[in-house]
Design a protein around this ligand. Structure first.
Ligand SMILES: [Zn+2]
Ligand SMILES: [Zn+2]
Length: 180
């Protein structure tokens, strides 16, 4: 079987009769999240299943991959593993053009869709982005960038930063405050 790079699942069968539909595939290079495109290292894998429950459908799925983030100190591209899981309630409304988020009578979030060939790219990207860490560090001991000239202090010693300059000033301040 060819590996699917299309991010969709066909629900035509379970729109006619109760049941479950499943799909899986891979995402190559980038994954879209809002305006932003996140860069992947290698392929991300995803799988989803959709189960009919009366007029509604339960979508559940997962996506696993490695995203490239900037180290928060030196800005170097830094791979971060991401494991995302999601569940959503869906309703089929043939008149709906784009996927629409609606609140039902029970105050639950329900996505209305109109195309039996459900586009999953929004759900996959949203779950992936939410599961990402807020920041990344290339290494616990990353020295970061020089605040004066911007040099990567992991690579060069530009001579601008004395390693103990800030801690010494702070400890002097601490002593001063103790004495006051
Ligand atoms: Zn770094
Ligand atoms: Zn410098």
């Amino acid at each position: 079987m060819d590996v699917r790079t299309l991010q969709s699942i066909n629900l035509a069968r379970i729109l006619k009769e109760p049941g479950t539909a499943e799909a899986e595939g891979i995402i190559k290079e980038t994954i879209g999240a809002g305006e932003e495109l996140l860069t992947l290292q290698g392929d991300a894998d995803w799988s989803v299943s959709v189960t009919s429950a009366g007029d509604e459908f339960w979508l559940s799925g997962e996506v696993h991959g490695t995203v490239m983030m900037e180290c928060r100190r030196c800005l170097k591209p830094t791979p971060q593993p991401v494991n995302a899981y999601f569940q959503h309630l869906l309703e089929f409304h043939p008149e709906v053009g784009e996927l629409t988020l609606v609140q039902n009578e029970d105050d639950e979030d329900v996505y209305h869709f109109g195309d039996p060939d459900l586009d999953l790219s929004f759900f996959l990207a949203q779950a992936f982005a939410l599961a990402m860490p807020f920041t990344a560090l290339c290494d616990e001991s990353c020295k970061g960038l020089c605040p004066v000239c911007g040099a990567d202090l992991n690579v060069v010693d530009c001579g601008h930063v004395q390693a103990d300059a800030v801690p010494k000033a702070l400890s002097d301040l601490g002593k001063f405050l103790d004495e006051v």
